[in-house]
Design a protein around this ligand. Structure first.
Ligand SMILES: Nc1ncnc2c1ncn2[C@@H]1O[C@H](COP(=O)(O)OP(=O)(O)OP(=O)(O)O)[C@@H](O)[C@H]1O
Length: 200
């Protein structure tokens, strides 16, 4: 997988957030997008995910690939149980046939995310951190090579952050890539990590 960003320019209202932005992301690499509130991180991530058009420039894929998108909103349904939410995530990730949906993998995913025993509960009764853990289950249920994550650690406790970082490290070690924002310290290190500071 290879993603090239060339001459990217985005405005919001009358304000230019960034221009002539360029970078390349390859298999196994993580891009950390940093910057203060309002500097344009979410706008950049949405543009990279194809959820909004840039004002100029291009986002080029070597080969169009499925992605996992996780924004500020958890994208979970309060009126479905946690397990039903996971089944929905499996379908969204491409398991469109009833036969391919796998209840066992949903249960083990909940266990891995520290939500064992909560499968038949409704997320409307979950804490904010539990909802974020449920949302992060989509990372385990998808085989997409690129994760685009907007403040994935929001609302997570220390154990939740460690769990997320372990998932991310595993994904990168397997040749996956990720682009994420964070106002928290990210405890991963190495030459496969790039940083991009937006300073609008
Ligand atoms: N729908 C919108 N219409 C007009 N301006 C917007 C809209 N959404 C965001 N903006 C503006 O775009 C700028 C960048 O917003 P963005 O959400 O990308 O910032 P951010 O770096 O992700 O911020 P934060 O760290 O607070 O999440 C801000 O100045 C914001 O006011």
């Amino acid at each position: 997988m290879r993603l090239d960003v060339v001459g990217l320019h985005c405005t919001r209202g009358y304000r230019s957030l960034f221009s002539e932005l360029a970078f390349t992301l390859e298999a196994g690499q993580l891009l950390l997008v940093e910057g203060h509130n309002g500097s344009g991180k979410t706008t950049l991530l949405k543009t990279l995910a194809g959820l909004r058009e840039p004002d100029a420039g291009q986002v080029l894929w070597e080969q169009q690939q499925p992605i996992v998108w996780l924004g500020h909103s958890n994208g979970i349904k309060d009126d479905l149980t946690a397990l039903e939410n996971l089944q929905m995530m499996q379908v969204m990730a491409g398991a469109d046939s009833l036969l391919r949906r796998d209840a066992k993998s949903c249960i083990s995913t909940l266990e891995r995310m520290g939500l064992a025993g909560n499968g038949h509960r409704f997320p409307r009764h979950f804490s904010a951190g539990m909802k974020r853990r449920l949302a992060l289950c989509r990372l385990l249920l998808s085989s997409a090579c690129l994760w685009i994550l907007d403040e994935p650690q929001a609302a997570l406790d220390k154990a939740g952050i460690q769990l997320f970082e372990a998932l991310l490290a595993e994904h990168l070690a397997q040749g996956g890539s990720a682009i994420m924002t964070s106002h928290h310290h990210v405890g991963l290190q190495g030459s496969h990590i790039q940083r991009l500071l937006l300073a609008a």
